[in-house]
Design a protein around this ligand. Sequence first.
Ligand SMILES: Cc1ncc(COP(=O)(O)O)c(C=O)c1O
Length: 360
Amino acid sequence: MYHNPTARTFRSTSSIAPAVLDFHKTLPSYAATPLLRLPNTFSTSLGLSSVFLKDESNRFGLPAFKILGAPWACYRTIIKKLALSPTASLQDIAAAARGREIRFHAATDGNFGRAVARMAGTVGVESRIYVPRIMVEETKRLIGSEGAEVVVAGGDYNDAVKTAAQGAEEDNGRLGLLVQDDAWEGYEEVPQWVVDGYSSMMLEIDEQMHDAVEKSPDMVVVPVGVGSLAQAVVVHFKSKDQSPMVVTVEPDTAACLKTSLEAGHRVTIETGDTNMCGMNCGSVSFLAWPYLRDGVDASVTVTDEESSRALQTLRDMGISTGPCSAGTLAALLKVCERDSSTLGLTAASNVVILGTEGPR
Ligand SMILES: Cc1ncc(COP(=O)(O)O)c(C=O)c1O
């Protein structure tokens, strides 16, 4: 485990656009996703008061949290490009986009691209989604089923991002719009909108924790790919006076954040294969990095085997989820076994793990 004791006192001063949750509520079939309490006997066996899983297995009918970030980013991107009112409705956008030959371009390792494709369909524009060479056929089929053209880019996720950026720039007379959750110098606004979109999940957790235990969580465990979701977690929870610890989890074959935290700067790594596909990323978002460097209390890696065991544990509790979600439980089990006292966990601690996807 990587541990940063100074993150305990880090306070985020960034604020998130308050209109985000209101926007989400205008999307078809908005509902807060459940915050599931794991059995008390289980929490007690870990030396904790409670463990909750935020279950993102069905967010607007898609099996992952990504649908929170992509639509807000697509919405803001179109509004800016067409110079529409910042409070334009989805109908206003669809009307303004008609006949303009707009196409969204995005690289993905799964859910993000599917969410962009879904939003493109909602406002009646086209989408071209770029995927890495190694991607299961079913994932490609699901992206295509949202109406997107799926393009297999030559190499890994990072290559797909480069190809998407090129595709948006050279879109043969169309208005190509890049909607990407990964940030780099000069491309920061859109990824920031993606992160802002995730804030609705945190606001729901605040309310649900209050209803369940009348307290904020003491620890939040978040899965990391490029780190955008973790950025939203840090920005939201570390802005509070009584802020929880933020623990990140990555596959041991794609530990770009942990490697970067240990090095003290962003490091790009080669990634291997993992069943936690959504977390298979080789570099941390440029935008997320300062928040994660300063606000992440602990960073943990887990193996596919550990995530699979945790998946089975959740199944035995009647919770059907995916490998990335199970990765957070695997990380919590590791932390409780080895690092409980380092992190100051006690029998009064309430932990939230982010179950970011449904079963694959
Ligand atoms: C299911 C799932 N969990 C976690 C993540 C990690 O999110 P981020 O890339 O913002 O770190 C992803 C990213 O695609 C994902 O699909």
